[in-house]
Ligand binder design. Sequence first.
Ligand code: MN
Ligand code: MN
Length: 287
Amino acid sequence: MDLKKYQEAGKIAKEAREYGANLIKEGASYYEVANKVEKYILDAGAKPAFPVNISVNNIAAHYTPVKNDGKYFRKGDVVKLDLGTHIDGYIADTALTVEVAQSSWESLIEASREALKAAIKHLRPGVKVSEIGRVIEEEITIRGYRPIRNLTGHSLERYSLHHGLNIPNYDDGSAAMLTPGMAFAIEPFATNGKGHVREGQGGNIYIFRHYDSLKSPYAEMFARFRTLPFAARWCEDMEDFENILRKGVRRGILYHYPILQERKKYVVSQTEHTVVMTADGIIVTTE
Ligand code: MN
Ligand code: MN
């Protein structure tokens, strides 16, 4: 574990999150915001660990814009901005929720924010992930909302975003523990809906499923993105990239992430920080 690199990635992720939050204005395009935030990360000396996710209203996660998707922020949108950075494979993963030009959903946004705060306060070596889940659920339900049960926080490893251990947003009864030496993301999602997301079409985020004996153009693509998720947007300089991505999915080389959503009439908020647990204590790298 390289604590310095985790902390540097975290610092840049925090700054990129704040920078991005200020770009989310009525009439701004998702595409422009995502590109600007990713450029900010690169200019600061890190790399995006995954495409900037912009998930709005009932969509909880895994949407990233493509050119000409015609998506612009509208008054009243509840926007989850979720971004990741890495330094040499050491990842920071962080998210916040903002409401565009209005504050009708302040208590829903607060529910995920306070749940994260309480979860972090509760961290100590050997704490069970189910205990963290219980604290999250309590903070959310006390405000009249539900946690999303099939979305979780997760452990992090070098160049690996979702690494084995899940940190639930409710008490799932798991005996798994958080211990010194671990890095992980905690990300409460709160909703006025069912507390269960389903898959939907068209997230525009991909990852390599396997990478043995790849041929052109997939070999070149893999050389760029390796084992981390990437955006269709990031392939715009490759001729015919849309076709290449489509074919890659059909042939089982690539995985295309579906968007994750509540039913249309409901709204979702999310807040996320990355934490490193050491023998000396807790370091929230993205705070
Ligand atoms: Mn995230
Ligand atoms: Mn995460």
